[in-house]
Design a protein around this ligand. Structure first.
Ligand code: URP
Ligand code: ZN
Ligand code: ZN
Length: 467
């Protein structure tokens, strides 16, 4: 058993600092930082020394939006907690927050218990849960209070997917009012699903069945309208609001306007909206199905507003919304009817690298990279400073990152349980070299050394909101 590890020679980057420091890890936690070559660091003894010379030493990524084994569209997301968390570790993510699901007509507790069972003993890295509320009623509102008490402090509601996850405005308002009292955070899938379903029906009736029509019917205006409505409902309830997977410039504008008024409104975007576009949805031979997710990919022009939002803090978090479906046998369910393509993209392994590429490309600074990928999601969802930073007392979730390594993203080399990569052939600069999870090596010089069951369920406190 290794109790003391020293990481020597690296550049430690957190959301607030960049320091040339050695890091002492003891019993799974960060014990101390000290300047290279100084007396303090020289005196440290350890069972294991990791040489990080020329490398970055960064906190493990916190991916606040994943869907392992999600039932959707008559199938299940293809990553289990075992395969998905292993892939996350390969990509430098050491904590995921996955969405447990309450089904219509069922208790919240039933859905949550099913998620505990799916994840128990399977995860390579630490994990926590949000709760999807699909059936807001008197009983589930009471259950919300109990969940907050047991560390599930955020609840996703859907303005989309009528008949599946959808909540009407009255149910949304009730859940928001409850969260205003119990300290939970409402996360909103903001798309006008009732209007979208009319457009879907019309498109299919006119023979517009290809994947690209998925993007056409899920209009920007219907994301912006729903974002605006969610914000007004949150104001009425006097509750904070976190809008998930923001994809459109007009939705960013709604969030920015709310924040300018001083409201507790927060926004998340995902790598697919920053790096992919409707061009991908239009790929021939049904290949566009690989890029079907909701909110949908947008024309490339929207990306500038998303990057700007991330720089100005109108958007606070980049999560993956990792929800993989194989092309063969799963995405194919929607041949001849785009509305039957299971919604979701793989990405849990790619997020830290893609955001590092954004540093290389000049979109964000190194510290902003760590802020949006590690610190902000940890703070937002009640995990900070245990997760999301490198500081004495924090969990020793540490990534040694080689900023100069070149790699080409590909399904041939990734570790997610899915038969394609949304970023196939993309060249990125930077690669994870070594990953520690609570002081244990899970990736050692690009070899997986972790194990299913190392990852622990991590209860969360109520959200420590940012402003
Ligand atoms: N995003 C997506 O297409 N699939 C996962 C479910 C959701 O987040 O809405
Ligand atoms: Zn969603
Ligand atoms: Zn999602």
């Amino acid at each position: 058993m290794v109790n003391r590890t020293v990481v020597r020679g690296g550049l430690v980057i957190t959301a607030s600092d960049e320091i040339h420091a050695d890091v002492l890890i003891e019993d799974g936690r960060i014990a101390a930082l000290a300047t290279h070559g100084g007396d303090a660091a020289a005196a440290w003894t350890a069972d294991r020394t990791i040489d990080a010379t020329g490398k970055y030493v960064v906190p493990g990524g916190v991916d606040a939006h994943t869907h392992m084994e999600l039932p959707f569209g008559g199938t299940f997301a293809s990553d289990t907690f075992e395969t998905g968390t292993r892939a996350a570790a390969w990509g430098g993510t050491t904590t995921i927050i996955d969405f447990a699901v309450q089904s219509v007509g069922h208790a919240v507790r039933e859905g949550l218990d099913a998620w505990y069972a799916k994840a128990d003993g399977k995860c390579a890295i630490d994990y926590a849960f949000h709760m999807i509320l699909s059936d807001v009623n008197e009983h589930s509102l009471k259950e919300m209070d109990l969940l907050v008490g047991e560390g599930i402090t955020s609840f996703k509601l859907f303005m989309a997917y009528p008949g599946v996850f959808y909540s009407d405005d009255g149910r949304i308002l009730r859940a928001m009012q409850r969260s205003a009292v119990n300290g939970g955070l409402i996360m909103m899938h903001a798309e006008n699903g009732i209007a979208i379903d009319v457009l879907v029906e019309q498109a299919l009736a006119e023979g517009r069945t290809d994947p690209r029509y998925h993007g056409e019917v899920r209009k920007v205006l219907l994301e912006a309208e729903a974002t605006h409505r969610a914000i007004q409902l949150a104001r009425v309830a006097d509750a904070p609001l976190y809008v998930v997977h923001v994809s459109a410039e007009e939705a960013v504008a709604e969030i920015a306007a709310a924040r300018d008024k001083g409201l507790n409104v927060f926004g998340e975007t995902c790598p697919q909206y920053l790096f992919l576009s409707t061009d991908n949805l239009a790929e021939p031979d049904f290949e566009g199905a690989k890029y079907v997710c909701s909110t949908p990919l947008r024309p490339r022009e929207h990306q500038a507003a998303l990057w700007r939002g991330l720089r100005t803090n109108d958007l606070q978090v980049v999560s993956t919304d990792h929800c993989p479906f194989c092309f063969t046998g799963q995405k194919e369910l929607g041949r001849g009817d785009f509305s039957k393509i299971p919604n979701g993209l793989p990405g849990v392994e790619n997020r830290m690298d893609l955001l590092h590429q954004a540093v290389v490309d000049g979109h964000i600074s190194r510290r902003r990279w760590i802020e949006i990928a590690c610190a902000a999601p940890a703070r937002m969802f009640g995990l900070y400073p245990k997760k999301g930073t490198i500081a004495p007392g924090a969990d020793a979730d540490v990534v040694i990152y080689d900023p100069h390594a070149e790699q080409i993203i590909s399904a041939q080399t990734h570790h997610m349980n899915v038969d394609y990569s949304a970023y196939e052939g993309k060249r990125v600069t930077g690669q994870v070299e070594t990953v520690l999870s609570r002081g244990e090596l899970v990736i050692d010089n690009r070899q997986f050394t972790g194990r299913a069951g190392h990852g622990s369920y991590t209860p969360r406190s109520t959200c420590q909101n940012l402003n």
